[in-house]
Design a binder for this molecule. Structure first.
Ligand code: 3PG
Length: 307
């Protein structure tokens, strides 16, 4: 009997786990659950005899992959797969997948929660600002970017996007303005919302040079990854631009400096919570389980990311 391990340091909602169990058991497989683990040794032990692994931001590093002697597939129930050692997986012939789009709306809604929060002085007394009429720039126009654009329309914002991997029709279809360069995006938009993955090209790419191009009243919204920010440049931006604000779904390494010196212009969630909704858990968790069953039963490799 095939064993499917769900290893989630940050667990799915119970309703999502129940749904995953149903899919797994209906296929005649066994579900193994490892939740809220604090010791990597527990993950190494749990993965030892399973055929498939479902994770969230949990790290499928080379030692985890090595420990999974029977492992054939790893599914990241979510979008970003920077937590999977793809080289190690490929070397062992393990298929790695994500579940694109499944938790995107949750992330997009959080972006607006943080935008309104910071625009209204973190809900403290005093005069704030409105989103209506402001220019928002989407740095990458993937699944989350699309939901952000949809919501931004409701807020009456003017929407721009930069994404070198998409044809112009994609922007036209969404009714938003395409910008030709990343510099232009930052120069044009008071709000910039990050939707880029963390990879060798993007890490530390959001630097002072780029941020300093933003117009007055600049707000950077990060529901992507902490690693894409050049934190030295971020601190410099806070120091040199008294109008600059930063909201993030991931605490930066320099969080103590930001909290101490720029508390009124900075907010970060204590633990990544963009995808922390029951709906997103159900969507991503059930998609992951279904993808695993389809892989074993039909050889379906849709959503493989280590091709
Ligand atoms: C993702 O890449 O899907 C998001 O960052 C959500 O991550 P999480 O599942 O760890 O909340």
């Amino acid at each position: 009997m095939k064993k499917i391990l769900v290893a989630t340091e940050k667990p799915f909602a119970k309703v999502a786990v129940d749904g995953i169990r149903k899919i797994v058991e209906n296929a005649g497989y066994q579900l193994v659950l490892l939740e809220k683990y604090t010791d990597k040794a527990d993950l190494l032990k749990a993965v030892a005899d399973v055929d498939a692994l479902i994770i969230r931001s949990d790290k499928a590093s080379s030692d985890v992959i090595e420990a999974g002697k029977n492992l054939k597939i790893i599914v990241r129930a979510g979008a970003g797969y920077d937590n999977i050692d793809l080289v190690a997986a490929t070397q062992k012939g393990i298929v790695a997948m994500n579940t694109p789009g499944q938790n995107s709306n949750a992330v997009a809604e959080l972006a607006f929660g943080m935008m309104t929060y910071i625009a209204r002085n973190q809900f403290q007394a005093g005069t704030g600002g409105e989103l209506r009429g402001k220019k928002i720039g989407l740095h990458a126009f993937g699944n989350v970017g699309r939901y952000v654009a949809e919501i931004a329309k409701g807020f009456g914002m003017e929407i721009f996007a930069f994404d070198p991997f998409l044809p112009k029709e994609a922007f036209e279809k969404a009714g938003i303005k395409q910008l030709e360069s990343v510099e232009e995006l930052y120069k044009t938009c008071q709000y910039v919302s990050l939707h880029i993955p963390a990879n060798e090209k993007t890490k530390k790419s959001i630097n002072f040079e780029l941020l300093s191009k933003m117009p007055s009243g600049a707000v950077l919204v990060n529901t992507a990854r902490a690693e894409v920010i050049d934190e030295e440049g971020l601190v410099k931006m806070f120091e040199e631009r008294k109008d600059f604000k930063y909201v993030s779904d991931i605490e930066p390494v320099c969080k103590d400096v930001l909290k101490e010196k720029f508390a009124a212009r900075y907010f970060a969630t204590p633990k990544k919570m963009g995808a922390e909704t029951e709906e997103a858990n159900i969507n991503a968790g059930l998609a992951a389980a279904t993808q695993i069953v389809n892989f074993f039963e039909k050889g379906d490799k849709t959503f493989q990311v280590n091709k």
